[in-house]
Write a protein that binds this ligand. Structure first.
Ligand code: SF4
Length: 541
């Protein structure tokens, strides 16, 4: 955590006055030492650009004014998600776009993957140990404890320990569990079977010095004795790690990059689109064929399309939880389609599609992390509007857009965060919107710099956005925020595709660095704890 990174070289947003990216010009990171009042806006910009976003989020370099910031969650330097701020991006599509139950990738998909993983580990124990097993216990800490109830974390965690996989679980199982929380299930481990229920998912301490704000422990018990225990972390976007985690062995990327500047340099040098570079890396890192990669993308876009269609077709109803929020995607869609003018009709339809996806997430039905559950309405809306719900573009163009969008998500994950618990909503809806900007620009065939600029524009205008879900439910502000994220993605695409690309004064890497810095300095109340902002301003009755 206190490690000082003096090896960080980051593309500078302009060497002095030049804003060109991809020129290869670098300068060493500087160590800011002055208080904020002593920094001019220009100096502040240079500090942000010169410091690695990943290092900023992980706690280094330290500045006097960063230390004055309100308390924020710390991340352990042992977490792979922090270590990976060095070296090239190694994430692949299967890790990034994940299907699972809403409403939150970090609070439902991640915990369910964790307990499913623990269940699998238990099944591999020797028979004599399993014969002594009497119970499975799951302890939730930090943000998982603070807001897990509103997210249905306990139901997702229970589904995992009874052996249900996130990608294939029938949402009815979770709906039934919400309706009848007293249900008891049999877990079979070897020859032994015992009961588990929601009582075995324990909301433990919400505050403490945890390696990650979303920490869990899973235990297999034999009476008072612990047979197997594992500490896990839901590190955002449905990604999980555990104590002692080492990442799986992978191939080396054909076009290694850890910043947008490096990605653009590969594109320019090899006359490739961002989508083509991502495709080549997926093949090299993941050991797949191009056909495999496209088949996976098609599976994800089909899921996204189905999510929007299902959401639009649902009757108006009240979502679960104390907010008593009414759904509205279908109504907004119908009324938008009645508008006599094309522009408001278009905005209304994009918003309705995003509401549809996000309402499905709030119902706890299957969603795709893009990059998270809370932001799961943004990308499906744009996929649907370019596909069968609007422009009817070819699947190849949509595939290209999805690959470019993934590159944006990878860069944000690598150099900042995708977790509302680490970085506020800028890290969820902001990143989803940036992915959407890149998706639209790539699918429409614009060159790499326009793709990067569209993503930058969309992300820039989410900087500082806090995560303050009312009552801990991924409903207010999350559902409408997805609609805004989708519309802002389109706005970013419109600006980037209509300006002179080289004239843009802020590059994507700088904005990601700013997001990481903002995340680090953001008050912990605004990081998915429901202790500030709308969560305390809205009075429920
Ligand atoms: S406010 Fe944003 S980051 Fe927080 S739960 Fe909602 S969508 Fe996720």
């Amino acid at each position: 955590m206190d490690e000082t990174r003096d090896d960080v070289y980051t593309p500078v947003n302009g060497c002095q006055d030049c804003s060109a990216t991809g020129c290869g010009a670098r300068e060493p990171a500087s160590q800011p030492t002055e208080a904020p009042g002593a920094l001019s806006r220009r100096q502040l910009g240079r500090v942000v650009a010169a410091a690695s976003a990943g290092a900023l989020l992980a706690g280094s370099p330290q500045s006097a004014w960063a230390q004055q910031a309100a308390p924020a969650s710390k991340l352990s330097p042992d977490l792979d998600v922090v270590k990976r701020s060095k070296g090239p991006i190694m994430t692949v599509l299967e890790e990034f776009y994940k299907v699972g139950p809403g409403p939150s990738s970090s609070h439902t998909i991640g915990p369910m993957r964790i307990t499913y993983d623990f269940y699998q580990r238990c099944t591999k124990l020797p028979k004599d140990q399993l014969a002594a097993a009497t119970a499975l216990k799951v302890h939730l800490y930090g943000s998982l404890s603070a807001t897990g109830k509103g997210h249905g974390t306990e139901r997702a965690a229970l589904a995992g320990i009874v052996g249900k996989e996130p990608a294939t679980v029938d949402p009815k199982f979770l709906d039934d569990l919400a309706a009848r929380p007293d249900q008891v299930f049999k877990v079979k481990l070897g020859d032994k079977a015992f009961d588990v229920s929601l009582k075995d998912i324990i909301y433990d301490s919400p505050k403490g010095d945890f390696p990650h704000p979303n920490t869990m422990t899973c235990k297999l018990m034999a009476g008072d004795k612990v047979l197997l225990e594992q500490e896990y972390y839901s590190v955002g976007g449905g990604f999980i790690e555990w104590k002692g985690y080492t990442p799986p062995k992978k191939g080396q990327p054909r076009y290694p990059y850890s910043t947008m500047a490096e990605l653009l340099a590969h594109a320019h040098k090899n006359t490739l689109s961002i989508a083509q570079i991502v495709l080549a890396n997926e093949v090299a890192v993941g050991g797949k064929t191009e056909a495999d990669v496209y088949a996976f993308v098609d599976k994800i876009t089909t899921a996204m399309t189905n999510i929007v269609k299902t959401g639009l077709s649902m009757p108006v109803a009240t979502l679960p939880g104390p907010i008593k929020l009414k759904t509205k995607a279908g109504e907004v869609y119908k009324r938008a389609m009645d508008d006599e003018f094309a522009a408001p009709r278009g905005v209304g339809v994009v918003a309705a599609y995003a509401l549809a996806g996000s309402e499905e997430n709030a119902r706890g039905h299957l969603v795709v992390t893009a990059p998270t559950g809370g932001s799961a309405g943004v990308m499906p809306a744009l996929v649907y509007v370019l596909g069968e719900g609007g422009r009817k573009m070819t699947q190849q163009k949509i595939r290209d857009g999805m690959l470019a969008a993934a590159a944006i998500g990878y860069l944000c994950k690598h150099n900042a965060t995708l977790s509302g618990a680490e970085g506020g909503c800028q890290a969820e809806i902001g990143v989803a919107s940036a992915m959407g900007g890149a998706f639209l620009a790539q699918a429409h065939g614009f060159p790499p710099q326009v793709v990067a600029n569209a993503a930058e524009s969309a992300l820039q205008h989410h900087l500082g956005m806090t995560c303050d879900p009312v009552a801990g439910y991924v409903q207010v502000p999350c559902i409408e925020r997805c609609a805004f994220g989708a519309v802002k993605a389109w706005t970013g695409f419109m600006i980037a595709s209509n300006e002179v690309p080289a004239d843009r004064r802020v590059d994507f890497d700088t904005t990601v660095a700013a997001m990481a810095l903002t995340a680090r300095e953001m008050n912990g109340k605004y990081k998915e704890t429901s202790e500030g902002g709308l969560a305390v301003a809205v009075v429920l009755c």
